[in-house]
Design a binder for this molecule. Structure first.
Ligand code: HEC
Length: 183
């Protein structure tokens, strides 16, 4: 009787040890994804199943409401400006003023005279309006280009400010800041 118990115990240990091999050799898995959940990165194609996570947008497609900007900051603003046209009917007095105050005035100053609070940390900031400012000679399109892709030590704001808001800022600089009598 004792002998039988020992044999059973030994058999049990051997069989439980072999259980590990069964998984390696292969078991019947009815819901394979439950046993082997595919873990792939977004948009990566899983080589085994041929499936992918998110589907890539068709080549050349553009997110709704945006147009990719065709120039980099390597191109001169006067050359870029020839390809640009300010949209009509922008609310530059309200939207332009508000966005300018948020995004530009910390450096260029609320009146464009390069007296924003960042100026003391960044002496290379130049005025965008006021007597003798080089930007007085820039068109709205040139200002739009510079603000979109950046210039020199100034980074571009194309990814942070919406297209029409950038146009409104450019027009605000031309129509209000650079023309003090219009205020
Ligand atoms: C972090 C500070 C900073 C902010 C914010 C900033 N700028 Fe500038 N901006 C600069 C500096 C510095 C220059 C000079 C760049 C150079 O030529 O090296 C400059 C140059 C310019 C020029 C060219 C002026 C010229 O004399 O030719 C324009 C136009 C301009 N900025 C517009 C804007 C507008 C519009 C915004 C807001 C969307 C803005 N900037 C936000 C720092 C800033």
């Amino acid at each position: 009787m004792k002998k039988k118990a020992i044999v059973t115990l030994v058999l049990f240990v051997i069989l439980s040890g072999l259980q590990g091999c069964v998984n390696v050799i292969g078991q019947w898995h009815y819901f394979t994804d439950m046993y082997y959940a595919p873990s792939i990165d977004a948009q990566q194609i899983d080589e085994l199943s041929g499936r992918n996570g998110n589907i890539l947008p068709p080549e050349g497609s553009v997110p709704y409401g945006t147009m990719p900007y065709p120039h980099t900051n390597l191109i001169d603003s006067a050359v870029a400006a020839k390809t640009l046209k300010m949209p009509a009917g922008l609310d530059y007095a309200a939207i332009g003023a508000q966005k300018y105050a948020i995004f530009c005035s910390p450096c260029h100053g609320i009146e464009g005279k390069a007296d924003g609070f960042v100026k003391k940390f960044m002496p290379m900031i130049v005025p965008v309006a006021g007597d003798g400012a080089n930007a007085n000679g820039l068109s709205a399109e040139q200002i739009y280009h510079i603000m979109t892709v950046g210039r020199g030590t100034m980074l571009g704001y194309g990814s942070q400010i919406k297209e029409n808001d950038r146009w409104a800022i450019a027009q605000y600089i031309k129509q209000v800041l650079q023309k003090p009598q219009a205020k």
